[in-house]
Design a protein around this ligand. Structure first.
Ligand code: NAP
Length: 325
């Protein structure tokens, strides 16, 4: 049994030497708990923020995970059950029913989707578009970090919700082509290929109604420039700032007043009650093959740190996951 610890704090982009693989004795199973062998682990941008101070050094780290029950001392779980829990960055974990939930086996839906489009990733996209931005049929929506987990889910959901035009930005021309060819975006551009406002204005000559912001900074400034009067911004994240290389606040924030825009931030953790709506909408489409959970899956627990760093560098398309077994 092995767990990964943080052993130092990063400055800027983190490096692999800040993590250590630590072997430990078999975990003790108290009454009311189950031992799970982790199967799939999620690596997420917020983890970079946790590295600054939230995560203790030389301790087990948290994160979203799916594990298979291998031993149970609780009536809630049987051997073989798949459970969702937050004891990631380790090969095994002991969980109670209160800190985990069983994953329902959905025919023709891959297990990984429960950490992707059906998990917190897809739920973030859904909450941003539906609850916060209140996207209406026919509207034009712009999504940043569009080739990532939240971004691809948002693109597919926007289509299902009847968006008129779906526009995405990402870090390479190849990923932009992928969004248009395979994910259902109408237009996409690389933010490295020129000023973002110009690229966005070209992709949305009539302006945008809704912006789902995953990036902050220059992306948010460009969206404020191109949004139509009374447009809405659902602020989901600011990945361009997590390594402290940029400021999340846009230079033109006050234009929000002039254009009467609405900007609202949200945390998916406050919207878990929306999960049944998301499943009701998506599961039939997933089962029919009309929608897929976009993901990059890296194999092996040994690859966990590298997968996390690769995600921060933008080497993923869709949700970045690690398959342990
Ligand atoms: P993701 O988009 O799958 O992965 C992160 C992506 O960020 C990378 O693939 C990279 O793609 C992009 N990126 C890295 N550095 C960047 C930079 N300097 N400028 C622009 N893009 C950059 O991750 P995710 O899990 O789906 O998360 C996306 C966003 O949603 C993050 O901001 C995250 O914090 C936020 N989020 C918020 C909530 C919430 O409750 N509010 C929940 C989940 C996620 P490129 O190739 O495009 O650069």
């Amino acid at each position: 049994m092995t767990e990964i610890h943080l052993v130092g704090r990063p400055t800027g982009m983190p490096t692999a030497d800040l993590f250590a693989f630590v072997e430990h004795e078999p975990l003790e199973l108290r009454l009311g708990t189950a031992l799970v062998e982790n199967v799939l682990l999620s690596v997420d941008p917020y983890m970079r923020e946790c590295m600054d101070e939230e995560w203790d050094l030389h301790s087990p780290l948290e994160g979203r995970a799916l594990g298979r029950v291998v031993e149970s001392r609780t009536p809630d779980y049987s051997v073989g059950d798949i459970v969702f829990h937050r004891k990631s960055w380790r090969t095994h974990a002991v969980v109670s029913a209160a800190e985990s939930r069983r994953i329902e086996d959905l025919p023709d839906v891959p297990l990984s989707a429960h950490l992707g489009i059906l998990g917190g990733t897809g739920l973030s996209a859904y909450v941003g578009l539906v609850r916060v931005a209140k996207l209406q049929p026919g509207e034009t929506v712009f999504i940043s970090a569009a080739a990532g987990g939240v971004g691809t889910a948002a693109g597919r959901l926007a289509r299902l919700l009847g968006a008129g035009r779906v526009i995405g930005s990402t870090g390479t021309a190849a990923k932009a082509n992928h969004l248009v060819s395979n994910v259902g975006f109408d237009a996409a551009f690389s933010y490295r290929d020129g000023p973002i406002t110009e690229s966005l204005a070209k992709a949305a000559p009539d302006g945008i109604d809704v912006y789902l912001d995953n990036v902050g900074g220059d992306h948010l400034a460009a969206a404020i420039d191109v949004l139509k009067p009374r447009g809405r911004i659902a602020w989901c994240g600011a990945v361009s700032t997590y390594n402290h290389e940029a400021s999340a606040a846009p230079h033109n924030l006050y234009d929000i007043v002039e254009k009467q825009l609405r900007l609202e931030g949200f945390l998916v953790s406050s919207h878990r009650d929306a999960r049944p709506e998301l499943l009701e909408l998506l599961v039939p489409h997933l089962q029919a093959g009309r929608v897929v959970s976009d993901e990059t899956v890296v194999s092996g627990f040994d690859s966990m740190v590298e997968a996390f760093l690769a995600m921060l560098r933008g080497e993923n398309t869709g949700k970045m996951l690690v398959r342990v077994v």
